[in-house]
Design a protein around this ligand. Structure first.
Ligand code: ADP
Ligand code: MG
Length: 590
């Protein structure tokens, strides 16, 4: 008997599920001192909080024999911030309480309310739902809370953050006196206090593991990239890690849509999850990940909380999370139930400081690195391929016959090469990362005489050395913003807070138009202002010294030795307008 202190039915369910011990948070909530009390529980992501609250309210739901109590209405109610999470929680409680005879109903926005009403009318013991839909059922008289003896707020802080305070209050006020209120989350910021004071009595605070030094099973990496190469860096990260399941977080629905399309075009098995999809589509996306028809999920923060995909080993923050809590919750989709995972934060160079401070705030130690390049991926593929092909195979007579036939016409080496090629063909190609190869290219390039740069126009951008401006990442940014190739960029002069560069006069007008059109597209570095300018002042002697000799290997790359002169007329193309994908802040929150 593995779990002697638990009701027999629940103990049996845990054992059948393959669990051999309770996690720390689960042990803590079933301790005698927690019995019957209101709880505020914070425990790190993936530590088994769902089963924890399932066990915590066992006394309210089951009688002495371990059978579900008979009552006029539901006995326990779980409220969760997103529809996916609510459905996942319901599934988890379902296996836990099945043998005890509990019926579980879900009340989830986007699902058919009539079906839900019917289930509620049919006598259920546990209800799981999202705040809005629960309130609807309550107001329409379909949800009877009079017999309720426990309410759980899963991801309580997120529900407040999402603006569900009113719904929560209305629901809580409809619950009977004396019911328990149990709040769970990995993070419990301030605003929770007020809710706790109002609706809880003498609550017991439980905090387990991992809160001091981040999460032991998640390795954090901060990967610096040129803002214009984010998507290519994502492609290479996916190819390098080849995670069984990976999740990529973007800030808005529009960006989810774009990255999803980009990856699909590259041949990844990818699904998208954001507020713009119907509930059915969202459920299907998660199901595809669960049964491995897809391996990559591109999502807004709608998937940051609670979602549990056991094979998920890679999280990529394609866009910076809005705060340190979101960083932890998004990352917490991996490293669950004792498994290891990697969380990668994509750091566009100009955002480095911001991310450093966010990591400090979250007490996370990240390894700073660059995106894997083609060579690294090819090397990694090799290792994986050899490993895979070295595995023992079962061979049938038919296979053997076919193999003999092949050997009659081809050499073993040819056959092996075909096998390798066939394997490789199933994997998308790595991308060329311009930023990382540009140093050598540009150095070589500058030694040649540059045609077309006799008559040029200077442009200015509002980032400089203080923002870590370096030719290797601002060149790709200029290319992307202005729709030019790197061969069409002349001298670059990087100053303290600004950078000047030359564009041939013949294409300067077209360049300015493209720059205006791409302003606002964050992914393309649209937050960097670019405008035509006069010839910049000569850099101080110290700067010139820094360039090194023209042929030297050093930092001369950032400067063309003899910039051709000639300031142009001030750029009259108007202010950059927001036409990009990133203009709707927070649009993708649901
Ligand atoms: P949290 O809500 O803390 O983020 P979940 O409740 O979603 O975590 O659980 C994370 C994973 O751990 C799930 O896959 C769950 O099945 C598994 N799990 C929960 N409890 C145990 C346990 N006692 N032993 C092994 N695995 C467990
Ligand atoms: Mg959870």
């Amino acid at each position: 008997m593995l779990f002697p202190d638990l009701p027999a039915g629940l103990a049996e369910a845990l054992t059948t599920r393959g669990y051999t011990a309770l996690t720390p948070v689960q042990s803590a909530v079933v301790e005698p001192e927690a019995h019957g009390r209101d709880l505020v529980v914070s425990a790190q992501t993936g530590s088994g909080k769902t089963v924890a609250f399932g066990l915590a309210f066992a006394d309210q739901v089951l009688d002495e024999e371990g059978r579900v109590r008979r009552a006029a209405g539901p006995l326990a109610l779980v409220i969760a911030p997103t529809r996916e999470l609510a459905l996942q929680v319901a599934r988890e409680l379902d296996w836990l309480y099945k043998s005890a005879g509990a019926r579980i109903a879900t009340c989830v926005g986007g699902m058919n309310p009539q079906v839900e009403r019917r289930a509620l009318a049919g006598g259920v013991s546990i209800v799981v739902g999202t705040p809005g839909r629960l309130r609807d059922h309550l107001e329409r008289g379909a949800l009877d809370l009079s017999a309720l003896s426990a309410v759980v707020l899963d991801e309580a802080d997120e529900m407040l953050d999402m603006g569900f305070r009113e719904e929560l209050e209305e629901i809580l006020e409809a619950t009977p006196e004396g019911r328990r209120v149990l709040m769970f989350s990995a993070t419990m910021p301030r605003p929770i206090e007020a809710l706790a004071r109002r609706y809880q009595r003498d609550a017991l605070r439980i905090q387990t593991g991992g809160t001091e030094r981040g999460h032991g099973d998640i390795a954090y990496q901060a990967v610096t990239v040129s803002p214009s190469e984010i998507e290519n860096a994502v492609v290479n990260l996916l190819r390098f890690h080849e995670a069984e399941t990976a999740i990529l977080f973007c800030a808005t629905r529009d960006n989810v849509r774009h990255l999803h399309a980009t990856l699909q075009e590259r041949g990844f098995g990818v699904v998208a999850l954001s507020g713009e999809h119907s509930q059915q589509e969202r459920n299907q996306a998660l199901q595809a990940l669960r049964d491995r028809r897809a391996r990559v999920c591109v999502a807004t923060d709608v998937a940051a909380r609670g979602i549990d995909l056991p094979s998920l080993s890679l999280v990529v923050h394609v866009e910076i999370p809005r705060d340190a809590e979101t960083l932890q919750h998004r990352s917490g989709r991996t490293g669950r139930a004792g498994k290891k995972g990697i969380a990668v934060i994509i750091v566009p160079y100009p955002r480095r400081k911001r991310i450093e401070s966010m990591l400090r705030h979250a007490k996370i130690n990240a390894e700073w690195t660059t995106a894997p390049d083609r060579d690294a991926i090819v090397a990694q593929d090799r290792v994986r391929l050899l490993e895979k092909l070295m595995q023992p195979v079962e061979v049938t007579d038919g296979d053997r016959e076919l193999a003999d036939k092949l050997l009659e016409t081809r050499t073993p080496q040819e056959i092996a090469a075909m096998l390798v090629q066939a394997h490789r063909a199933t994997m998308p190609e790595p991308e060329e990362l311009l930023a990382q190869s540009i140093d050598s290219q540009r150095a070589a390039h500058q030694e040649k005489h540059r045609e077309g740069f006799e008559d040029t126009v200077w442009f200015r951008m509002d980032i400089g050395r203080r923002q870590n401006a370096e030719a290797r990442w601002i060149m790709p940014l200029i290319c992307r913003r202005g729709h030019v190739t790197r061969n069409e960029i002349g001298a670059i002069r990087i100053a303290q807070t600004e950078t000047f560069f030359q564009i041939p006069r013949a294409i300067a007008g077209k360049f300015a138009e493209a720059v205006a059109a791409t302003a606002g597209s964050e992914e393309n570095g649209g937050y960097v202002a670019i405008e035509q300018s006069n010839e910049p002042p000569r850099m101080a002697a110290r700067e010139n010294a820094k360039r090194g000799k023209p042929n030297g290997p050093g930092p001369q790359r950032t400067f063309k030795p003899k910039p051709a002169g000639g300031g142009g007329k001030p750029y009259a193309g108007g202010k950059p307008h927001g036409g990009g994908k990133f203009k709707h802040k927070n649009k993708g929150r649901d």
